[in-house]
Design a protein around this ligand. Structure first.
Ligand SMILES: *[C@@H]1O[C@H](CO)[C@@H](O)[C@H](O)[C@H]1NC(C)=O
Ligand SMILES: *[C@@H]1O[C@H](CO)[C@@H](O)[C@H](O)[C@H]1NC(C)=O
Length: 366
């Protein structure tokens, strides 16, 4: 009897999946939880092609658009590698226009429990493949309250502006979940209240995604080094508090550009931050390698070649020279900047910009 029911479940998983319609999705929803935490109303799925159907428009490489254009290059194996560990705090630094924000989008959707979105991706298959997952289905696909903080959205020219901006940002995220915070308090207090109240409200640990943590520091450093060091002090307090709240946090992922160091805040104790910036196992987590580039964008490269009366090989070597020489570890193969590649292809090969160029208008995809 026991074996029979196992068989039935396995068949259910198998056929449900191959039909593209997944019956277990209902099984692992958390009734009480989902009442509180309504996620996307539109249960679209990431139907991956193995080539891009159309180039995304300039300035819009959101997850949703990339799904529509079948232009999402599946990096979810890297996600799986991270989320199956108990490690809480992660840091990834990459240059501008390297797809960090898209990675944060993906993590957000994953942790919000949008299983359907991932039906066609590797992370979904990994969940299914893990046999125990069937029995632990309630724990199989996670669903957490997610707090996403984009530090580059804090427009500040001075330390007080930054401090206030950060408070407002935290308050906004709290409001998203119907929580009211008194921002007359300090950043530390507000942050602590936010995480604790979210944990209480949903009965689950919180996921925190911080995009461009170093952006305000960089902006203020240009005009005022003293105030920049106050910003740094606040950032360090911020991370110290996050670290102290490890019991209420499931996963905390930070992206940035510079080498502004967070490790000071994480030096002591067990819950360190793991900086995967130069970790060979994560080298390809964002950016395109050449295989991905030619597989997904081959058609567009050919198109440019025709327009410019060159061969595809010539175009590819031009692209490699301008956008494709990033290495973050000693060994990894060179990677291409996704945003610059797409800009180049969209402009039929006209836009050659060096990555260090200061053209502000093309920073949108960072
Ligand atoms: C390029 O990326 C693909 C996955 O998209 C991977 O399978 C392949 O191994 C990578 N190439 C190299 C040389 O690492
Ligand atoms: C394209 O072809 C022209 C003429 O043959 C050549 O001068 C030019 O260098 C080629 N461009 C690239 C990117 O190789």
């Amino acid at each position: 009897m026991y074996l029979l029911s196992v068989l039935v479940i396995v068949l259910l998983v198998h056929f449900g999946n191959s039909a593209g319609d997944f019956p277990l999705v209902e099984l692992y929803s958390f009734p009480q939880f989902s009442r509180n935490l309504e996620t996307q109303s539109n249960p679209q799925s990431l139907k991956l092609g193995n080539r891009c159907a159309a180039l995304p428009a300039a300035g819009d490489a959101s997850l949703e658009i990339l799904i529509k254009k079948k232009c999402y290059i599946d990096k979810t194996d890297y996600l799986y590698k991270m989320v199956k560990e108990t490690q809480i705090y992660w840091l990834l630094r990459r240059p501008r226009r390297f797809g960090k924000t898209l990675l944060v989008d993906t993590l957000e959707a994953y942790f919000k429990g949008e299983a359907r979105l991932f039906e066609d991706t590797n992370i979904y298959r990994r969940h299914i493949e893990s046999f125990l997952w069937i029995f632990k289905y309630r724990r199989g696909w996670p669903k957490h309250p997610v707090v996403r903080l984009d530090f580059s959205s804090i427009e500040a020219e001075s330390f007080p502006q930054f401090y206030h901006g950060l408070l407002v940002l935290l308050q906004e995220r709290a409001k998203d979940h119907g929580i009211n915070l008194d921002i007359a308090e300090s950043v530390g207090t507000v942050l602590r209240q936010l995480i604790e109240q979210l944990g209480q409200k949903y009965g689950r640990r919180v996921v925190i995604l911080i995009d461009e943590y170093d952006s305000p520091y960089k902006d203020i450093y240009v005009s005022n080094k003293d105030e920049a060091s106050q910003v740094l002090g606040t950032l360090q307090d911020f991370y110290r508090i996050l670290k102290g709240l490890y019991k209420s946090i499931r996963f905390c992922f930070t992206t940035g550009i510079t080498g502004l160091t967070l490790s000071d805040c994480f030096l002591s104790g067990a819950n360190n931050i793991r900086d995967i910036t130069m970790n060979p196992g994560y080298a390809g987590i964002v950016g395109f390698n050449e295989t991905e580039l030619t597989q997904y964008f081959g058609r567009f490269i050919e198109h440019v070649a025709n327009r410019k009366k060159n061969t595809s090989t010539e175009i590819l070597s031009e692209m490699r020279r301008w956008y494709g020489s990033f290495r973050f570890t000693v060994k990894n193969e060179p990677l291409y900047s996704p945003t610059l590649v797409i800009e180049y292809l969209r402009s039929d090969g006209a836009s050659i910009k060096s990555h260090s160029g200061t053209d502000r208008s093309s920073q949108f995809l960072t």
